[in-house]
Design a protein around this ligand. Structure first.
Ligand SMILES: *[C@@H]1O[C@H](CO)[C@@H](O)[C@H](O)[C@H]1NC(C)=O
Ligand SMILES: *[C@@H]1O[C@H](CO)[C@@H](O)[C@H](O)[C@H]1NC(C)=O
Ligand SMILES: *[C@@H]1O[C@H](CO)[C@@H](O)[C@H](O)[C@H]1NC(C)=O
Length: 975
């Protein structure tokens, strides 16, 4: 290569690079649209090369996440272009090698997370520049040891997490952190440490929390004062760690010690250690019988009078007698009995000495029922505020089951099998504020259940089997703010089923079987309701005549109506959302809505977030003005709605819009002025749309690449729909800008040439050409016939493509004449037969391919909206690629050649035989002519790949032929 070509090459490379970064879109990263241009996520890119991923990020980036990529090394100076980074997360990649100067210049970095990689070695100088680092995680790597001096400059480090590595040498770790005067938390769980022996170093005084769980510790082997400043010490799951390892060790400052699953004998341990006995968690220390527990209690009692917390979980305890805890010091806080084998609580009589206890945890045991506790020698635990029986096997709860804790505020009975809740089970619990009954088998709620619980604020009944809410069930719950009834089988509320809920603010009813929205809703919750979740019920409307069920809900801010089963909302009455002036979020996804009225959202002036993802049936025509009052919306999701047309008239009023998700729609072009009318737009997602790489998008291409404020998600990966090798951002637009002079010159030249050549050829070659034409024609029709014989088995006879303005004709004329009326064709209509939840484009493709024919109903509106061109393209594709002609055009109006777009003109030249003209009502003999039209259409549909011509059948048409009709013999044209 010469010098000059070298130069040229580098100039081109530079130009290409400049073009890549001049706009506001990124190759492999997405800027969080609500992060004030500071957060970037580069996730799940198939890119191995770190520089390629981050090269186009702006200098001002502060947060950066690079996750789940096949990157395996970080090269020197990778981040020098991002000197302002503060939070860097490089997790779940394949990183093995980090070069010495990989993090050069990251002086501002506060947090570095490199968890879940394959790092086995670190260079001693790799963190050198990270002087401001406070958080470092190396979780789940293959580190065996730390090189000397690795953290020497990280004087601000506060938290160091090295869980799940292969470390064996504690001495090296202690050495590496000993000078970190700000280190507070060190996590070394899941390593292979066998002891804590260390050379002449000590841990920094600041270090108060040390986790060394799940190692292989045998001894501790450290100097007496080594753990002198530790406050939280986790040594659990070191099965070989024994009591004597603690001999002489100063644990004075420890206020929480975990010893579960070690070989430590707690009684012995308490005798030799200077730890405050009340600061040991006795969970998982093998205290499974009365003798051991009584011995422990007596010992504890000798050391302390009161104990704030007694942890006895995971001990295999099967039974607690009245003496078990009798000798214990007074428990003033929490008793943890979780993960034992208790079958009964025996009305908590084992707590008869512990009147000051505040919280009791009996989760994960084998309790099968909670019996009535209104007995003679019952305990009375007035201070208990929290009681948890979660994760048991409780089937029934008897009357007065909680008589012993009259002042309980939080009661957790969730995740059991409660099928029977006695009417008086919760009797007397007047202070109860939170009641968890979710994930049980309750079927009926009665008026008596909550009679006494008038201070209840949160009631969770999710995932039970409740089917009806009876009158007065919640009548006394006047302070309830949150009611969760999701995941039940509720079909209706009795008329006063919701009475009494005077303070209700959040009401969850998702996943039930409601068929309509109760009209009592708005009477009951006028000024209180803020959240209403009706997702995934069976609500459906069949006509527009519905008054808004939300009319008085003036405070409602969140409304979820998505995914009504199995048919979707179907009709969205245009007055449905009347009065919801405070609404901030509205969810309408997956609903099969037939038509979005242009005034449906008119009252939602406070709306911030709207998602219509796959809300509608097939192809939706968003009406101009449908968003006209949504001036506060910042995020709009209109994915997968079959949108063909993105215009200023529809989107123009969304002046606060920041994020617009238009992906998975069918528009082939977008007018730039529609996008420019959104002054605050910052994030535009147009992935998976058939935006064509043609001149009509040349302005759009220019805008996406050059504009300086709108991020087009993964712009540089958008492909051209017709040629996957071409990219949208750089398809050739030169031809679109050929200048006029050149154009005139070229066309004149061509005309002159034709005028000279054609007469010559005509004279010389006339017969040869004619002969050739006939040979070709006969070959062609032969091929056609062969192909048409092997008709495939199709799901539909025809897929009908039409514009919504012709819907009436399709419904009233086409459908009855083809599906009924003696001819039983199976038609595919988008509003009826498109599969819910699927991409519109996929739906169209599958409709064209699973139908024998595609019938396009052509009118002026149809041509204007350019609709159907996708279907026509697909059908033409079948013609060229499979030699199977599937397209039938039905003209509803007289349309002159000139008005017909290029696709149709092409068709007209190719196959003149596939046209039918609908005889309007203004012709001489409409009934007869229409009769004939239907006959011909049916015949065309029945025929193979070609319309057979039979002269005698078109007699009726011949009679009425007028002058302006084309005289092509094969052209079915009725007046
Ligand atoms: C950056 O990440 C941190 C930690 O996740 C978060 O607290 C902070 O809000 C983020 N900053 C921005 C601008 O998103
Ligand atoms: C690091 O990765 C890049 C890109 O994958 C590669 O070109 C380079 O040779 C690698 N460097 C080392 C030292 O392995
Ligand atoms: C650490 O961060 C602070 C605040 O962001 C900054 O002022 C300081 O310059 C940084 N330190 C270094 C060594 O750059």
């Amino acid at each position: 290569m010469t010098n000059r070509s070298h130069q040229l090459l580098s100039v081109t490379v530079v130009l290409a690079a400049v073009q890549l970064i001049s706009g506001y879109s990124f190759n492999n990263c997405i800027e969080d649209p609500f992060s004030n241009q500071q957060s970037f996520n580069c996730i799940r890119r198939k890119e191995k090369n770190m520089p390629a991923i981050i090269q186009d990020l702006p200098r001002y980036a502060i947060n950066l996440t690079i996750s789940i990529n096949p990157i395996w090394n970080i090269t020197n100076n990778s981040f020098v272009g991002l000197p302002n980074l503060q939070y860097l997360k490089i997790d779940h990649n394949h990183i093995r090698i980090i070069d010495t100067f990989a993090f050069k210049d990251l002086y501002q970095l506060k947090s570095l997370n490199m968890s879940f990689n394959y790092i086995s070695e670190l260079d001693p100088f790799v963190f050198q520049d990270l002087r401001n680092l406070t958080f470092l995680s190396l979780t789940n790597n293959y580190l065996k040891q730390l090189p000397e001096g690795i953290f020497s400059t990280l004087l601000n480090l506060n938290t160091l997490i090295m869980r799940q590595n292969q470390m064996t040498n504690f001495s090296g770790i202690a050495d590496a952190v000993s000078h970190l005067m700000n280190l507070r938390i060190l996590d070394l769980c899941f390593n292979k440490l066998t002891s804590l022996s260390h050379l002449n170093v000590s841990l920094p005084k600041s270090l108060t929390t040390l986790y060394i769980c799940r190692n292989n510790l045998f001894t501790l082997g450290c100097k007496q004062s080594f753990l002198g400043f530790i406050q939280v010490l986790d040594l659990s799951y070191n099965p070989r760690l024994h009591t004597m390892a603690f001999k002489g060790l100063d644990l004075r400052h420890v206020n929480y010690l975990r010893l579960r699953s070690t070989s430590v004998k707690v009684v012995e341990f308490l005798n030799i250690s200077n730890i405050r006995a009340s600061h040991v968690d006795f969970s998982g220390t093998g205290l499974n019988n009365d003798d051991l527990l009584i011995e422990l209690c007596k010992l504890l009692k000798r050391k302390v009078k009161r104990i704030p917390k007694l942890g006895l979980g995971i001990n295999g305890i099967e039974n607690l007698t009245n003496y078990t805890l009798y000798y214990c010091p007074t428990i003033t806080g929490t008793l943890d009995l979780s993960h034992n084998n208790l079958k009964s609580t025996r009305c908590l009589t084992f707590l008869n000495k512990h009147k000051y206890i505040k919280s009791i945890n009996v989760e994960h045991n084998h309790l099968a029922s909670l019996q009535s506790c209104k007995t003679q020698n019952m305990v009375y635990l007035k201070n208990v505020e929290e009681l948890s029986y979660r994760y048991n096997r409780i089937l029934s709860v008897d009357s007065d089951a909680f008589h012993y804790t009259p002042n309980v505020k939080t009661l957790k009975l969730n995740i059991n099998s409660i099928a029977f809740l006695h009417c008086k089970a919760l009797k007397g619990l007047i202070r109860l504020e939170t009641l968890r009954l979710d994930n049980n088998l309750l079927t009926d709620l009665l008026k008596c259940h909550f009679e006494d619980n008038y201070n209840l604020k949160i009631l969770n009944l999710r995932n039970n089997r409740i089917s009806v809410i009876f009158n007065g069930t919640f009548l006394s719950l006047r302070n309830l703010t949150t009611l969760d009834l999701g995941g039940n089988k509720i079909t209706y509320f009795q008329p006063s089923g919701l009475d009494g809920l005077k303070s209700l603010s959040k009401f969850y009813l998702d996943g039930n079987n409601l068929k309509q929205i109760d009209t009592s809703l708005h009477c009951v919750f006028q000024d209180t309701l803020t959240v209403l979740d009706l997702q995934s019920n069976q609500i459906r409307f069949l006509n527009e005549e519905i008054s808004s069920p939300f009319i008085n809900l003036s405070k409602l801010s969140d409304l979820k109506l998505d995914g009504q089963r199995p048919h979707g909302l179907t009709v969205l009455p245009h007055t449905f959302f009347r009065g919801l002036h405070s609404l901030k979020s509205l969810y309408l996804t997956n609903n099969n809505i037939y038509y979005l009225a242009p005034d449906a959202f008119d009252d939602l002036t406070g709306l911030r977030f709207l998602t219509l993802d796959n809300c509608c049936v097939g192809v939706t025509q968003l009406q101009p003005g449908v968003f006209k009052n949504l001036r506060n919306v910042t995020k709009l999701i209109v994915e997968n709605m079959g949108i063909q047309n993105v215009s200023k008239e529809v989107f123009g009023n969304l002046t606060q819009l920041r994020t617009l998700q238009l992906n998975r729609n069918v528009m082939q072009s977008i007018h730039v002025d529609a996008l420019e009318s959104l002054p605050n737009l910052h994030y535009l997602d147009i992935r998976n749309t058939p935006l064509s790489c043609t001149c009509k998008n040349s302005l759009l291409q220019n805008w996406t690449v050059k504009n300086s404020h709108v991020q087009v998600v993964y712009l540089y990966n958008l492909l051209c729909p017709h040629d996957a090798k071409l990219k949208f951002y750089n398809f050739d637009t030169k031809v679109c800008y050929i200048d006029l002079g050149e154009y005139i010159f070229l066309s004149t030249a061509v005309v002159i040439l034709l005028f000279t050549v054609i007469p010559l050829l005509y004279v010389k070659l006339y017969w040869k050409m004619k002969y050739g034409y006939y040979v070709f024609r006969s070959w062609f029709s032969e091929q056609w016939r062969i192909l048409s014989e092997k008709e495939e088995n199709c799901k539909y006879d025809a897929f009908i493509s039409y514009n919504s303005s012709n819907e009436q004709w399709v419904m009233e004329q086409l459908m009855p004449n083809l599906e009924g009326n003696g001819s039983s064709f199976k038609l595919c209509l988008h509003h009826r037969d498109f599969e819910l939840g699927r991409d519109i484009v996929d739906n169209i493709v599958s409709a064209v391919y699973s139908s024998r024919k595609t019938i396009c109903v052509v009118s002026r509106n149809f041509l204007r909206s350019e609709w159907c061109s996708l279907e026509i393209q697909l059908a033409s594709y079948r013609l060229f690629d499979e030699h199977r002609d599937v397209l039938l055009l039905v003209f509803l109006e007289e349309i002159s050649e000139r008005q017909v777009s290029s696709y149709h003109r092409m068709r007209k030249v190719m196959l003149k035989k596939t046209y039918l003209q609908w005889p309007g009502s203004d012709c001489t003999n409409p009934t007869q002519a229409q009769e004939l039209f239907w006959n011909q259409l049916r015949r065309a549909m029945r025929s193979g790949s070609r319309l057979e011509t039979e002269e005698k059948c078109s007699e009726a048409s011949k009679e009425e032929e007028t002058g302006n009709v084309e005289t092509d013999e094969n052209y079915y044209l009725l007046p």
